[in-house]
Write a protein that binds this ligand. Sequence first.
Ligand code: SAM
Length: 276
Amino acid sequence: MSFESGLYVVATPIGNLADMSQRAIAVLDAAEIVAVEDSRVTGKLLHHLGLKKKMRRYNDHSSAGDRDSLIAAAREGVVALVSDAGTPLISDPGYKLVRAAREAGVSVYTIPGASAVIAALSICGLPTDRFLFSGFLPHKAKARADALSELAHIKATLVFYESGPRLAASLTAIADLYGDREVAVARELTKKFEEVVTGTAAELAARYSAQEPKGEIVLIIGPPSEDTVADAGDVDAALREALQSMSAAKAAGAIAKKFGLERAALYARATEMKGQ
Ligand code: SAM
């Protein structure tokens, strides 16, 4: 295989090294520079593939100068960008580099492969026609609850990356805010102990509070049922009622919380109603 000069965004396995594609191996072989998150992690992969390559550490805290230098190299030859596992840019470094390379007119190519979000969706048995991936939930309880409230009424399957130590707390927050929506925990995908466990958030919170899970986790929440999705008429009616005893600001806050909607939009609607 031969490759034009440019920046190649190369997916690597999420656990099973046999998931490396032939094109991914060929482009790494052809690369003059491999931009890596952690040279020890990628060093092991390159060693496994029998490749000896010049690695350069890169992450989203790298300087503009580091990016410029990778982009200059990608004008002349093949530069590969990898992360520790899976697809770069998906909860991993690379966004600023890809953006800067495109702005600089350098060709950017994808070498697709594993990504935990897609791997989990493909086997968890929850709807896949419409999904929203939201990376890692915030660690602090208040920020996590706010993030979940913001997503509660979106008519889509929700997907998060999660860690074993935080899983039970996240499931408890989901049970509090989302009730009985179906949840799946996909763990150690493509590895020896791969499993998908499904149930309500409360059931899974009990299971994982009793025993903290080991390994890497994707948390998936099925879409809300039709009757929990806010209907514009219901929202207006609730807002109108709240306005009888509250200011526009307070009513907007209360109804935003109740329906999991944006406060700013409801405030605008509430002031409009007050003026009517
Ligand atoms: N870029 C990667 C991708 O495309 O999947 C994700 C990188 S993110 C820093 C790492 C997180 O992905 C882990 O904490 C876990 O939530 C999820 N993950 C990665 N590999 C996994 C696996 N084999 N099984 C389940 N989840 C995995």
